[in-house]
Design a protein around this ligand. Sequence first.
Ligand SMILES: [Zn+2]
Length: 468
Amino acid sequence: MGVLLFTGGTVVTPDGSFGADVLIEDEKIVAIGAEISADGVETVDASGKFIMPGFVDAHTHMDMPFGGTVTADDWETGTAAAVAGGTTTIVDFALQDEGGTLAEAVEAWTEKARNKALTDYGFHVAITDLRDDTKAELSSLADKGVASVKIFMTYKGTPLYTKDDDLFEALQLSKEASVLVLVHAENGDVIQKLIEQALVRGDTAPRFHALTRPPEVEAEATGRAIRLAQVAGAPILVVHVSCAPALEEIHRAHERGQMVYAETCPQYFAFSYQDLAREGFEGAKYVCSPPLRDESNREPLWNGLKVGDLQIFGSDHCSFNYKAQKELGIDDFSKIPNGLPGVEERAMALWTLGVREGKISENQFVALLSTNQTRIYGMYPRKGALVPGADADIVLWDPEISITATVENRHGNVDYTPYEGMTFKGGPASVYMRGTLIYKDGEIMGEHGSGRFIKRSFVPPSMKSALV
Ligand SMILES: [Zn+2]
């Protein structure tokens, strides 16, 4: 640490790009402007690079139990992968145990992160057991710096599944508690029925994961959740929007002025149903929920990002090994653990497929990966902004870097990468977290345990200011 001056780079914010020097002292940004001079500074040559606020990924699942197993990445390997992708803050899902409290979930996740996290971090609490004492506990979350909870409308037959009455009450209570409700919107009852019918027919291959979760069940649940939020008078955030019909529900809500935030993820742009339908059991590598869709959904999703119906691009990083984990479902697709790695590839995929292809601007890129995340999730302007006083979380983005993904050059702990052989053009050259260089040219330099818990507080940004 100390005093660093970034010179010759192009500063990128959601509002515009401009040539400027950036001066940081210890953990904070102190000045941005033309030709800054200061005594005793170490100069960092940023010419040819974009200077961006550290990326924020508010959708990760590190060291999380699911379907009788635990995600392949813990906080050590998962945050290493994050850093290699330019991410300096994650918000992870702390799961309430059945019979457990929300506070215990936060404590358990604090332990998982301790001595391991390379990035700063926060938690959402995933509510799995909405008892009376859990409802009473909701109001204490804001004091703990936990500004969001998650409700699952799917995974029927597991503790995650939540019925409408509980979802509705959570929305009502969250509004009073200044907490944002995130929803995984897929119709769990209908999916369960379709899965049972498929298995009776003997349809057990990975592709039936998608065929038993058609876009309409996502759209229906999305519309239902949004309408319940409308009745409760509460804002809501729909995570991992995968398809045009679900996006239409969000667009309609925006047309009537409802406060609905929404996220989409790299896998819905980089892959499609064809990957799930690969030979043999290969498709298991691409099982996530909502499932990968037909390519016809891509253009509408790009448009959603462009016009601001989708404000957030999160990874939903939820990694399972192919061997022994994905293989749990070799005879039954419904037993394949759901999730893909993506925390490392998120920004590079968005740049390669989005900015380079002219779908979105570099300014929208920064908004989707950083600024909108911190506004909506309650960390702005400490995070997500290049302004004096903000944490000196900085990505020097090199549009000329070319990286072809292989399982060997990934920084996480998964035995495959769904991105195998895909070439990304544009990536982080170096990454600073609170003034410390934590990544450079493919190498992690940060110290495990240096990441800190970031207290968040939810103040709903107006739809206009959250728009890209
Ligand atoms: Zn998720």
